[in-house]
Write a protein that binds this ligand. Structure first.
Ligand code: NAP
Length: 499
């Protein structure tokens, strides 16, 4: 008989990591699980982002749950196919009854007298839970640039994550502000559709050339027949990413040289006109900003209907974008490919932990301390998925979430075994984790002289600066000396053993 205590768990978000929690918690014997989802469908990022060209730049056989392979149609699946996959998994594992759709968490407050969280929603629901898992994703809050006159534009303007499919772009002059991974996917589609496309670049990006090959039908049929046939493909791509990309960014000289060479050679060979090539050449190290993985932007930006604008933006006016040179670029539509508020996580909802500590107190001045990217001081029994300190650059966040959730389940076992009601990292453990992350800074490429969301305001990486192997090893054991484990109910060892 399972004599573990039964916790109630509230999961915020039904994206890829929330779905994972919805599957793994019941599998571990935890049945009291509620998932709160602001939208009316699962999917997170892949539901929200529907811009033309949206695709995953991580190979799909690796960008899926290890226990749920899928006969992907191409090496880097389109957003729509990933959304279909996530909806399929949610249905297959019967998650829909546990999800409260169309509901947004507005506040999450800890009660230290009962060691429980009270979660309120915009619908007026009030939930009490022993554990909260914030499966909200990292980059979900679109960032609007602080460009003067942004609201004075007379045409249509939208962020890439809020694509306006109702606006016909035919014959329109379209401006795209920003040249990150998203812009590299959307610009080629706009150019291909024949729209006059004006790309406003503040900082050029290094591009790793990676063609999106389609998997032939016979291969997909074989995968459909026997999904385990996908396994070698998953391993192949996983190995490629871990042995090449991760090592290149975390300090291995051979991989770093190869990454350098491939991006520089691609720019040299892929962009014929010297002046355009110079405009597209970054002045910082390859991999410093998140690598753009792409094979369509360079061909597109060389087309006659594509215009790369590198003069700074002075402001936005009723008819278009005014450059610092004084020139006005007349536009009908402006697309903001300006990224996301880095590290919004559970915000804008409020989070109040022990003794009235808020998340804004914990993450102040643009820094994001955590313990193993999962726990935070002052927020007992509150777990982050893909929290600050996760190795999120150019790798499968789904694979990482699986590792983190396994760690979370082992932490929950402390509570379930009746050893503690509250699990929280000690201040020393949080400081040590932050120092550990800082120590990896020197070897990583992220400090080679660029602005990026990989660094916090103090220049500390908010991504794990070591290898995948070290990431897994760091969570292999639970070190109880680094946790404050208190009993408030009181702990029920005797009660349990009497059952
Ligand atoms: P991003 O990488 O943050 O890029 C934002 C772009 O907007 C940058 O070029 C930035 O210029 C520019 N920008 C911001 N404010 C500006 C201003 N005031 N004036 C002019 N330019 C401005 O955003 P993103 O492209 O949406 O990508 C965000 C993240 O989403 C990626 O790093 C990646 O993790 C993820 N993503 C993943 C995929 C995938 O396939 N897996 C695809 C797309 C996105 P500066 O560089 O000068 O700041």
């Amino acid at each position: 008989m399972n004599n573990k205590r039964q916790p109630s768990v509230l999961v915020i978000g039904a994206g890829a990591t929330g779905i994972l929690a919805g599957i793994k918690l019941p599998e571990a014997g935890i049945s009291d699980v509620i998932i709160i989802e602001k939208a009316d469908r699962v999917g997170g990022t892949w539901r929200e982002n529907t811009y033309p060209g949206v695709a995953c730049d991580i190979p799909s056989p690796h960008y899926c749950y290890s226990f749920e392979p899928w006969p992907w149609s191409s090496q880097c699946a389109q957003g729509g196919e990933i959304q279909e996959y996530l909806e399929h998994v949610a249905k297959k594992y019967n998650l829909l009854p546990m999800i409260r759709f169309g509901t947004t968490v507005v506040s999450t407050v800890y009660d230290e007298t009962t060691a429980t969280w009270t979660v309120k929603t915009d619908k007026g629901d009030v939930f009490t839970a022993d554990f909260v898992i914030a499966a909200t994703g990292i980059l979900h809050k679109p960032k609007r640039p602080d460009i003067p006159g942004l609201n004075s534009f007379n045409g249509e303007m939208w962020h890439t994550a809020e694509w306006r499919h109702d606006v016909d772009l035919k014959g329109k002059r379209v401006g795209v502000i920003g040249t990150g991974s998203t812009s590299h996917q959307v610009v080629p589609e706009l150019v291909k559709a024949g729209h006059e496309t004006f790309v406003f670049q503040r900082t050029p990006q290094w591009v790793f050339p990676f063609p999106n090959l389609s998997f032939p039908e016979w291969m997909r049929n074989r995968w459909k027949e026997k999904p385990e046939r996908m396994k070698p493909w998953k391993s192949l791509y996983k190995t490629f990413i871990e042995q090449f990309f991760v090592k290149a960014t975390t300090g291995e000289p051979v991989q770093r040289t190869l990454l350098n060479l491939s991006s520089k050679a691609y720019l040299r060979l892929g962009v014929r006109k010297r002046d355009l090539r110079e405009k597209l050449t970054p002045d910082y190290g390859v991999g410093c900003k998140r690598m753009v993985v792409n094979f369509t932007f360079y061909p597109a930006i060389q087309k006659d209907n594509a215009h790369l604008i590198t003069d700074g933006i002075k402001g936005i006016e009723a008819d278009g974008v005014r450059l610092v040179t004084g020139e006005l670029v007349p536009l009908d539509v402006i697309v903001l490919a300006t990224g996301f508020d880095n590290f919004a996580y559970m915000r804008p909802g409020s989070l109040v932990g022990r003794s009235g500590h808020t998340i804004d107190d914990a993450w102040k001045d643009g820094t994001y301390p955590s313990y193993h990217a999962v726990l935070m001081e002052h927020f007992p029994n509150y777990f982050l998925m893909l929290g600050p300190g996760t190795p999120i650059g150019n790798n499968s966040v789904i694979g990482m979430a699986e590792e983190q959730l396994d760690y979370v389940l082992r932490l929950m076992d402390i509570w379930r075994d009746g050893d503690a009601d509250e699990i929280e990292p000690t201040p020393e453990a949080v400081s040590a984790f932050v120092e550990y992350i800082k120590a990896g800074l020197g070897e990583s490429v992220w400090t080679s002289g660029c602005q990026s969301w990989y660094l916090d305001a103090a220049g500390v990486p908010v991504v794990f600066p070591y290898t995948w192997k070290e990431f897994i090893a760091s969570m292999a054991e639970i070190d109880r000396r680094e946790l404050t484990m208190a009993c408030v109910k009181p702990c029920q060892q005797e009660v349990l053993h009497a059952v």
